[in-house]
Design a protein. Structure first.
Length: 208
């Protein structure tokens, strides 16, 4: 009697490396060149990124784990920091994890009572110096976070993103010649991806 042996290779555990690939998958639409460089730095290829994203989406759509901070704890381990934060009349917990691909950033999750997730994005590490943002030309891809751009070019107006995990800011900033012009900055997972010149929702926007 013959027998067959299962030679299927089990996928690697979903951990910090795979989570970084999930972040990159969303950024690839805007910055494919930077993503390719990051994949080489991590020693992986595009199929690995697609597979990590597929597994992440399966976790998101699992009714048992949807919207809970336990998903991040299981993937990233214990948070580096945990602190209470007041947002209006509400108190939430802010958890952060290091992201090896961006040593000066942290991945922050804001949780509601009961473990629900309110917000999830990249922020600057407390002991890391942020970029000097004075003109629109300083806004280069992957150099700043939503909060940093909003503070540098206040008052900035938050706008609805084009997809989940994406944010947009409308603001006025000086160009290289010192003339103030309107811009819209687009962020993925809280990290700057691109800036367009022109008023919001103007189809004639051009890259800054």
């Amino acid at each position: 009697m013959s027998s067959t042996r299962d030679t299927t290779t089990a996928p690697p555990p979903f951990g910090p490396l795979q989570f970084q690939l999930v972040l990159l998958r969303r950024m690839a639409d805007h910055q494919p060149g930077l993503v390719e460089d990051a994949l080489r730095e991590l020693g992986v290829e595009r199929p690995d990124m697609r597979e990590a994203n597929r597994r992440w989406q399966a976790m998101l759509h699992s009714s048992r784990r949807r919207g809970t901070v336990s998903r991040y704890r299981s993937v990233l381990g214990p948070p580096e920091t945990a602190a209470e934060r007041r947002i209006g009349d509400l108190t939430c917990e802010a958890l952060t994890w290091p992201v090896p691909l961006w040593p000066d950033l942290r991945f922050e999750v804001l949780t509601a009572p009961g473990g629900g997730v309110w917000n999830e994005w990249l922020i600057r590490a407390p002991d890391a110096a942020g970029p000097g943002l004075r003109t629109a030309e300083d806004l280069r891809p992957w150099t700043c976070t939503v909060d940093e751009a909003a503070r540098a070019f206040a008052p900035a107006r938050p706008m609805e993103g084009t997809a989940p995990t994406r944010w947009r800011l409308a603001f006025t900033a000086p160009d290289a010649a010192g003339a103030r012009r309107p811009y819209v900055a687009e962020f993925t997972w809280g990290l700057l991806q691109r800036v367009t010149a022109g008023p919001p929702d103007d189809p004639g926007h051009s890259p800054a």
